[in-house]
Design a protein around this ligand. Structure first.
Ligand code: GAL
Length: 339
């Protein structure tokens, strides 16, 4: 009997362990593997929810990180390869869908040539045109070009066709994000005036150009890495300060109207160890979780400036207590946090 029970016990234990391992979790700051077993490579990313799936777009950073010492600042970079796309139904398991937008290798003057800079891609879906529209920060290796690039596709996974780059409303555009409001209007948030001022620009109905309506926000406050969301009828913008790949303290601002005026909330929205350095990370997106009330995930990049490919992701829940928003550190967590 003992002989029979022992293997049964081992089997049961293995079953338990398997069940435990299958419990989905976010583990901020740890290597995150895709469904093929490769580290997820989608930095400075943005999310789109479409037809029951989440899509995660980001900078596909592969290969050596280099620095041009003649620039005099820490302009660490990798060659442009493209914008990656991952899909997921549950936010834990991500399937690599390939490159949604690919570098253009045979034209050294192209914005997407490997020698250039492509950062912070964000994709939105236009209900009217049925097109997926990507905006991204495109730049020269010295970051003087400071433009926004625009690409379009019929499918969320691409291929995206690159249309052009521009300086929206005649201004520099570096760190950037997009936000689609409930009425279908889309807005482009971008660090302008050499990063000193955050511009908020209403896009045209097809989302392909600035409409000409825009506001200047947070003048001389050097806000970067904007991540915008709407909660309880108000607009929120999470952002970082301006210190290159190095972390700094985050801020949260709120507005009743998306074009402003915006008010910076007092204190640090991040709570816990290393909150003054945003957990050694920088904001990139705040995702509203589908099907759950008041459930938002704050997404950050923990840059590894000497090896950008191996930068990590920090995803944390936005805690909403009586209308006060904070982003508490958690070693590991899952969506039950919101239930
Ligand atoms: C950061 C910015 C990143 C990248 C980096 C380059 O401030 O948020 O997206 O541009 O500078 O140093």
């Amino acid at each position: 009997m003992k002989k029979l029970l022992f293997p049964l016990f081992i089997l049961l234990c293995a079953g338990c362990a398997r069940q435990e391992a299958a419990l989905p979790e976010f583990v901020p700051g740890q290597v995150w593997l895709d469904t093929d077993g490769n580290p997820i490579n989608a930095h400075g990313g943005g999310m789109l929810y479409h037809d029951g799936l989440y899509y995660w777009y980001g900078e596909y950073k592969v290969g050596e990180t280099t620095l041009d010492p003649s620039l005099g600042w820490e302009a660490y970079r990798t060659e442009v390869i493209g914008v990656s796309c991952y899909s997921s139904a549950d936010l834990y398991n991500w399937k690599f869908e390939g490159l949604a937008l690919t570098a253009v290798e045979d034209d050294p003057n192209h914005d997407l040539h490997p020698t250039q800079v492509v950062e912070r891609p964000k994709v939105i879906y236009n209900e009217r045109t049925g097109k997926f529209v990507m905006w991204m920060h495109v730049d020269s290796p010295d970051y003087f070009k400071a433009c926004a690039g625009v690409a379009i596709s019929d499918n969320p996974t691409g291929p995206f066709e690159y249309l052009y780059s521009l300086r929206p409303n005649g201004e520099m555009s570096r760190d950037q994000t997009l936000f689609v409001d409930d009425d279908g209007r889309a807005y482009h948030f971008y660090s302008a005036e050499d990063n000193a001022t955050m511009y908020i620009s209403l896009l045209t109905d097809d989302y392909l150009l600035p409409s000409g309506t825009y506001t200047r926000n947070f003048p001389d406050q050097y806000r970067e890495a904007p991540a915008v969301f709407k909660y309880d009828g108000r607009y929120y913008m999470l952002s970082s300060g301006c210190s290159g790949w190095d972390p700094n303290v985050a801020e949260l601002a709120v507005a009743d109207s998306i074009l402003g005026p915006w008010e910076t909330l007092p204190g640090n929205p991040c709570v816990g160890p290393d909150a003054d350095k945003t957990f050694y990370a920088q904001s990139t997106f705040v995702l509203k979780v589908e099907g759950l009330d008041n459930a938002y995930i704050a997404m950050f990049d923990r840059w590894n400036k000497l090896d950008l490919e191996n930068s990590l992701y920090v995803w944390l829940p936005v805690d909403i207590q009586g209308g006060k928003l904070s982003i508490p550190w958690a070693d590991r967590w899952n969506l039950s946090y919101f239930r």
